[in-house]
Design a protein around this ligand. Structure first.
Ligand code: THU
Length: 165
């Protein structure tokens, strides 16, 4: 017996920043500010990520590149590493991402790369709390409810069959 399964997801797209709630607008601004601090001399593509923790605290990071290209790190993974290392008990609830080229903010935000999706999935699984992903472009913003939408059929700690807390 063969079944054809279908996976689809819905997400919200806002045409104007004013349509978002003030917390999300603040988070987007933090991601944009962070992007301007990126160290991206090779790609000249600057990315900022800002994470809202359950307490309301915001933790940010930008992409940091390296002459040995694979040693660079994306903004999203930098921000998660920052929040987990410094506020392990405070769960991330949202992450806003923004990017800039030499011409300024990009029209669309980059969607997290595969490695960042996997790290966001690990954090959702560690905390048991879904993370809203806010892709912020110059004008348009997309809000995606959880990494399951961007990384379906994911490999998680559950697959390892270990006795983890
Ligand atoms: N980058 C990020 O920081 N996040 C993304 O979501 C996509 C890509 C960085 C990696 C590299 O420094 C530059 O953008 C170009 O790929």
């Amino acid at each position: 017996m063969v079944r054809t399964n279908n996976i689809s997801f819905s997400y919200k797209e806002y045409d104007k920043a004013e349509e978002l709630n003030p917390d999300d607008r603040e988070l987007i601004q933090a991601a944009r500010d962070s992007a301007s601090n990126a160290y991206a001399p090779y790609s000249k593509f600057r990315v900022g990520a800002a994470i809202r923790l359950e307490s309301g605290r915001i933790v940010c990071s930008a992409n940091v590149e390296n002459a040995a290209f694979p040693s660079g790190i994306c903004a999203e993974r930098g921000a998660l590493s920052n929040s987990i290392s410094n506020h392990p008990e405070d769960k991330p609830v949202s992450i806003a991402i923004a990017s800039m080229t030499e011409d300024g903010l990009t029209d669309d935000s980059p969607s997290p790369c595969g490695s960042c999706r996997q790290v966001i999935a690990e954090e959702e699984s560690r905390t048991g709390c879904q993370i809203r992903i806010i892709l912020s472009g110059r004008t348009r913003t997309s809000v995606i409810e959880g990494i399951g939408c961007l990384l379906p059929l994911q490999f998680t700690r559950k697959n390892l069959k270990l006795n983890l807390p």
